[in-house]
Every structure is written in structure tokens, then in C-alpha cells.
Write a protein that binds this ligand. Sequence first.
Ligand SMILES: [Ca+2]
Length: 346
Amino acid sequence: MRAWFYGLVLYMAYLTLVISAVNPACQCVVYQSYGRSHGKFYSPDFPDYYGRNEDCILYTFIGDLKEIVEITFMEFDLKPPQLHGQCDDFLRLFQNVDRPVVNEHSQYDVELCGNSEQLKQKTYYSRGRSLILEFHSDNSKVNYTGFRGKFKFLSRAEYKTDGHLVHGTPCTYQIQSNNNSTTGKFFSPDYPQNYPPYSDCQYIFYGLDGETVKVEFKNIQIHNGELSCRESPDKLIIHDGQDDKATILREYCDVWNSEEVISTGPYMFIQFKSNGINQMKGFAATYKFEKSFTGPTIKPGENNIGNLYCNWTVIVICKLSHLLKDYMIALCFSFLDNLNSFIWHK
Ligand SMILES: [Ca+2]
């Protein structure tokens, strides 16, 4: 047996098993959660060159029942793909296995080769508690270092959309404000995995009288292929009302962080759509139903208005909302006594 293999296993001090797999002769390295929430994994002999005829090595990550697996490649250097994209040496990812076992009938989700610049993405997630990698090298002698990665076990509950999934729909959610619940989170389908092809999801927010809906997108990654959002087949559309006939507040595609959108009334209707190719991670967001507050009118020159805390949100609504990126808002005060009492959020 190869010295690196024992070295790896001893170094990681993880459980090692040999199980029946893609090829019955596969060696298997198992990383199990058991409260250990993260670690690292390496290709054979890393950072030296991996050998030929590695057929095959399975890296099996097994989380606890309520966990999913995240892996990230910090370095990646396998033999480049052939002209038509075929990989001689490869690392295959099984992200959607029900149990931590693969066999010759198991369908892999992604096949990786080449270097890290050729990887479409560096972080991958399992759907359930297990994720399996299959490493294979062919019999030609090559000088590539392989890969170095880190893994993490995450709580699945953190990625569950709050609200009511409408029966018979894949991803239509009704999210209702009530006295017990005014905040929550929602996600693109399968998040943090990539959204599936032909997604068509609706998130409908129903606030109480006198409330507005505030949504904050922590992370948006939606494929647009250089197109404007108006033309992009994959996009998020945010309407200022109960359905898709209401005014569009914003449209998102491409990559954004920390974006906030607020409705003018108690309702918001969000659509997420994708076509059949080029999926990305999607989006993660939080929502909050807020009381809209009408305070006293303050007349210029009036004194002694202590203990008032007011929020003003200036929203520009424009029919060509994909152009909004390029707009600025200018605020002019005809009277302003104390600029320091303002906190500005841009
Ligand atoms: Ca797409």
C-alpha cells in the first residue's frame, strides 16, 4: 500500500474504510462529522505530483443527520482536459447521494480536471448529509500536483426558507406577517447548491396593515452571460405589490452583496427564474415586516424635539429598472439645523 495513504489517514486521524464502490478496488478515506465541523483533504502525495493509475480513491464526507457538506478547493492542478473537454485524470463529485455509498450505477454531478482557473466554481455543497469525491489518474506520466481542499459540515436548517410552501409547487412560498413572526430568511431553490435548471419560484409577502416589507439580499449570484437583467433568462424580479402586475422595484442578475429593497405598502412579490443552462448559486436573503410610522410634522424653526427616531427611505422607481445601477439620488434641504443628528445609509 502506498505510504502517502497511511500517512494521510494517520495525519487526519479519521476513520478509514474500504467499501464496495465505483470500482470494488477503490480505496476510501472517510471524514465524518461527529461534532468535528471542519478539516482539510489532499490528493495523494500533495504537494508533490500525484502518481499514475490511481484507480480510484474515494473521499467520503459524512455529516450528522441534520447537516450538509461544504467543500472548497484551495489549490487544483490536474491534467488539462482534451480538446473536446474530456478529462483523462479527473475528480468526480457526487453531491446528491442519499447514502454515503456510490456504485457503478451512481451518476456523478460534476467532473473536474485542469487547473484552478479552469474551474467554474471552487466551492460545492451536498444536498443531503453525504458528499463523495472520486479521484482517478490514467497511466500516462504527468507532472501535476493534484488538489488541496477544505471541508465543513453545516446545519441544513440555516438554509431552509421560512414561510408556507404552496402545495403542489416546487418553490412558491407565502410569507405572512403575524404578531409572533415578523422576520425570517428565504433562498433560491437548492441553496447553497446551484439553483436547478428551469427554476420558476415565487415568494409572496403579506404584511399587516401599516407594515412594509424589507428584504436584504446577503448574496446574489445569478448567471446573466453579459446580458442586461431585462434580457437575462436567469433573474430575480421584485414587485411592489401582491403579484407580478405590480410595479417593479428592482431586477437582479449577476453578482451582488448586501442589497436592500423595501416595499411602499404591506406586500411584496418576488420572482426567480432560470433557463436550462448555466446555473449559479442563486441568492440568500432575509426579510422583515416593519411598522411604517408617520411621525409628527416638524416645522422649521421648532425647538425641543428630543427622543425622536425617524427613518426616511428614498426609493427611485423607474420603468427601466435595470438601468438604476447608474443613477444617483441628490437630496436638497431648504432648511437643516443639525446635520450631525443624521445617520446616512447608502
Ligand atoms: Ca441559466
